[in-house]
Design a protein around this ligand. Structure first.
Ligand SMILES: [Zn+2]
Length: 568
């Protein structure tokens, strides 16, 4: 076989990345053993809370946990870190988020609260100095009602500072956008451009577009914004993952990625530039879906990237009444929501993925969607003999009580987002009424029925902060401690159950429970240090937990001591 230069390059790139995951003995790299002592350590094993006060790890793997004082047993070669009584948890795992979306939010200038058009422009200039690589500058949050002029901004104020770089800034409500002339030029907009129906182009006295586009007219600009290149995606993903590590996450499941994003992840993993572990679900609508299936599951040698699941959406969301219900919406007679695929199409997607050896993760929110997905799983798991793949229902939000035991029976994981319950509580009850609510966000009923609940946040829909999720799991309250005893308090989780759902169960839902999710001998040294005792402290304070340090593979990837303070 002829070996081309490209093959050689590829090979050497793979070898480089391997060095991070091979053991010290294999690479000749020095062995470093570390003990972190004086801890309040917690980890969940077989559903029980395990406590420890010191941990020893060598390179990326845990050697042992200590439950007694360790000082006398240590040799000189061991690096000893005194944690000063801080709390240690396993690195937290978010089983459902959107990494690119989180990163894009971080890479847009935030104009919220700006007090004048000039201040909005100044913030955009400042943002540009930190993000010189972006081809378009995008932002959000301005509100002219808060400005002294109370009038819409114009392209002219942006043009002074951005004569050549296109700028597109959305209003706080997302219903208007402010463009500069460079952006309008790229979008081929001039005085003759007409607004589409349901939209308006704001014009100057002389009839020129002023720079502000309202509602449907916003698409005239947004469609001119090029899709991100793979290299740009790498930057966005890395920015997002760095931020997720800051929040105490050491692994995230990316719920629906396209083939470009897969390439970007693979490039980052090859360059050894993955700040956190990613378990990616391939989006079923991607044009290269079949090709990815044909190649089979993929696991990067570094252990930082896995691609062995797919994401299918079966219905919409409850807030917009897109979730598919069996009976009418309680607040909209004659409306039952919407299924996104015919049963035949849904099963075809599932079958393709199962036959290719991929775990199938299907979004289902309404009780109708959940029932259909469970029905389809029941048939197809048997047909393909893939119970061991641990297929999942993403959200599993509104369930018929009869469907709750089916999760454990079929070995199907409920991938749920605790903060959805506290964000949705009032709206959800309006939509589905007092009876169906009994099977909604029903964590306790599912756990009682032996279901595995993998916890996530659905960031950026909700905050990626896992302590918001742990807090919601345990209290079923908003941050203002309402409602008093929690919303449908019978469905609360214990602290141990909540921690389990963000660690062991989330790892299990990605077939990773033998390497992460738990602090135990032989497991990866992924852990965090936090500023309060989650188990013994006041549950209502959990959401305020501050992550002090995040360690992945025995390496500190975040240290609050070396960071400027940021808002959550
Ligand atoms: Zn999602």
């Amino acid at each position: 076989m002829k070996i081309t230069t490209r093959h050689w390059l590829l090979k050497s790139a793979i070898l480089l990345s391997l060095s991070a995951s091979l053991s010290a003995a294999e690479t000749g790299e020095t062995k470093q053993t570390t003990v972190i002592k004086n801890l309040k350590g917690y980890t969940v094993n077989q559903g029980e809370l395990v406590t420890f006060n010191a941990i020893q790890f060598t390179n990326n793997k845990i050697d042992k946990l200590f439950t007694t004082q360790v000082s006398e047993q240590l040799t000189k070669e061991i690096r000893v870190i005194d944690a000063g009584g801080k709390t240690m948890l396993p690195g937290l795992i978010d089983a459902h988020g959107h990494v690119l979306g989180w990163g894009l939010n971080l890479m847009r200038t935030n104009l919220r609260g700006s007090r004048s058009e000039d201040e909005a422009v100044t913030r955009t200039i400042e943002f540009r100095t930190h993000n010189p690589e972006l081809s378009w500058i995008q932002g959000r949050g301005w509100n002219q009602v808060l400005w002294p002029t109370q009038t819409f901004p114009t392209a002219a104020t942006l043009d002074k500072h951005f004569p050549n770089t296109p700028v597109w800034l959305r209003r706080v409500d997302g219903h208007a956008g402010w463009a500069n002339t460079a952006a309008m030029k790229l979008a081929n907009i001039d005085r003759d451009t007409q607004a589409p129906e349901g939209g308006e182009i704001v014009r100057t006295k002389t009839g020129e577009p002023s720079g502000v586009f309202i509602d449907n007219a916003m698409s005239l600009i947004s469609r001119a914004i090029p899709a991100l290149s793979v290299a740009e995606q790498e930057t966005v993903l890395k920015t997002a993952m760095t931020d997720l590590a800051r929040l105490g996450l050491t692994s995230v499941h990316d719920a629906g990625v396209g083939s470009d994003t897969v390439t970007a992840y693979k490039n980052l993993a090859d360059k050894n530039e993955m700040p956190v572990r990613v378990y990616a679900m391939v989006a079923v609508g991607d044009p290269h879906f079949s090709a990815i299936m044909a190649k089979g599951p993929y696991h990067h040698a570094s252990g930082m990237l896995d691609l062995s699941s797919v994401k299918i959406s079966s219905d919409g969301a409850l807030g917009s009444r897109g979730a598919a219900l069996i009976e009418d919406y309680s607040d909209l007679h004659g409306h039952k929501g919407l299924l996104l695929h015919s049963d035949k199409q849904l099963k075809k997607y599932m079958l393709t993925a199962m036959q290719a050896g991929f775990q199938v993760n299907t979004h289902a929110i309404g009780d109708h969607a959940n029932k259909l997905v469970l029905d389809a799983y029941e048939d197809l798991i048997q047909e393909t003999n893939t119970k061991a793949l641990r297929h999942r229902v993403e959200h599993a939000q509104v369930l018929r009580l009869d469907d709750i035991p089916r999760f454990a029976e079929l070995g199907v994981i409920a991938s749920m987002q605790a903060t959805h319950a506290t964000s949705d509580k009032n709206m959800a009850e309006d939509r589905i009424g007092p009876n169906r609510i009994k099977g909604a966000y029903a964590w306790h009923k599912l756990l009682q029925a032996n279901a595995v609940i993998a916890a996530g946040s659905d960031f950026p829909v909700e905050s990626a902060n896992p302590f918001f999720g742990l807090h919601a799991s345990v209290t079923r309250q908003a941050h203002n401690n309402q409602p008093a005893n929690g919303w449908y308090p019978d469905e609360k989780m214990t602290v141990t159950q909540a921690l389990n759902s963000f660690t062991v169960a989330a790892a299990y839902s990605a077939h990773q429970e033998h390497s992460i999710g738990q602090l135990a001998p032989g497991m990866k040294a992924d852990f965090i240090l936090i500023d309060q005792d989650l188990v013994k402290g006041n549950p209502q304070m959990i959401w305020q937990t501050q992550v002090l340090e995040t360690w992945i593979n025995g390496i500190k990837v975040f240290d609050i001591a070396s960071q400027p303070t940021k808002n959550l």
